[in-house]
Ligand binder design. Structure first.
Ligand code: NAD
Length: 296
């Protein structure tokens, strides 16, 4: 298929590369050059504007940081909605506020486009491997039309409901991820403060009922104090804000969600916004009066 890909950052660049590998034609647009250079090197095309990227496209994919950027790309004078031909499949893979997703999808539908809100989970590694989980809201027939593209980027792809449903599932995902990171961070600080072999202890945790993807993928870098993103604290802070707003909207109470949102906010307020979210370990260490290797 002919795909316009807008937003070639940490996630978008490898996702676009996987579309090229699957034989699709990809034209990219971004406000910075780095991802565009990588796309061209991988066999894609560069466009100078959203409108140029959309020329002849059957599908548009956006992978942008947050709601304001998605609205800007969608609603700009020569933006996506104004430039797209009727019938275009419009897949937003960004993680944004569910009400914004519903608004963007309604406006796109009113212009004859076929919108899907389709946020992803699996991190940069999942984007590179093409093994993302992709949770999709929108019409079932549009999901079916997009399935082959989504399966080129992800290995678990599910239609979870109507407009905005993908984003609602994503905030639930981000609650679980933050909660597990916090649990791993607290366990690590406890172990570091005790007379045990910490790497061996985390290995044995990873093999039992406490095993999880955070331990699998991040325990080595966390112990080494390497918090190169990955997934930035700033972005997870945004997602946890969307989580709490969604909880209010549907009228449920999420005590752990509130706690991890505050911890993520504290890490960010202390200057950790650009670090990987596994840097929650640094916050737990600081709260216990310990340095980055867990020592007093
Ligand atoms: P990123 O900041 O690395 O990439 C975003 C890209 O969008 C950048 O290249 C930026 O230049 C571009 N951009 C911003 N405004 C633009 C505009 N108006 N027009 C065109 N391009 C514009 O972010 P990322 O880590 O790739 O994350 C993208 C989305 O995916 C976010 O919503 C994030 O929450 C979500 N996400 C990220 C991860 C991860 O591990 N990084 C995992 C799952 C989901």
């Amino acid at each position: 298929m002919k795909v316009a890909f807008i937003g070639l950052g940490v996630m978008g660049a490898p996702m676009a590369r996987n579309l090229l590998k699957a034989g699709h034609e990809v034209t990219g647009f971004d406000v910075v050059n780095k991802g565009l250079d990588a796309l061209v090197e991988a066999g894609g095309n560069r466009a100078g504007t959203i409108k140029a990227a959309l020329e002849g496209a059957e599908v548009a994919i956006t992978m942008l940081p947050d709601s304001p950027q998605v609205e800007e790309v969608a609603f700009a004078e020569e933006g996506l909605l104004a430039s797209a031909k009727a019938g275009l499949l419009y897949i937003d893979n960004s993680s944004i506020a569910p009400p914004v997703a519903r608004r963007v999808s309604a406006a796109a539908r009113a212009r004859g486009l076929r919108p899907l809100d389709a946020p992803v989970s699996g991190g940069e590694a999942g984007a590179i491997e093409g093994s993302l989980s992709i949770m999709v809201g929108g019409k079932a027939e549009d999901f079916e039309a997009a399935r082959a593209l989504l399966e080129a980027m992800g290995s678990t792809v599910a239609h979870v409901g109507g407009d905005g449903a993908g984003q609602t599932v994503k905030v639930a995902n981000q609650l679980v991820v933050a909660g597990v990171i916090e649990a791993v961070a607290e366990a690590t600080v406890l172990l570091q403060a005790s007379d045990v072999d910490v790497p061996a202890a985390l290995d044995v945790l990873a093999g039992g009922l406490a095993g999880n993807r955070i331990l699998d993928r991040k325990r080595a870098s966390m112990l080494a104090g390497d918090f190169t993103p990955g997934f930035r604290v700033d972005l997870h802070h945004k997602d946890l804000g969307n989580l709490l707003a969604t909880a209010r909207e549907v009228g449920v109470s999420l005590p752990l969600g509130g706690l991890v949102a505050e911890l993520m906010a504290a890490l960010r307020a202390r200057g950790g916004g650009s670090l990987d979210h596994s840097a929650l370990l640094l916050l737990v260490q600081a709260m216990s009066g310990r340095d980055g290797s867990g020592q007093k």
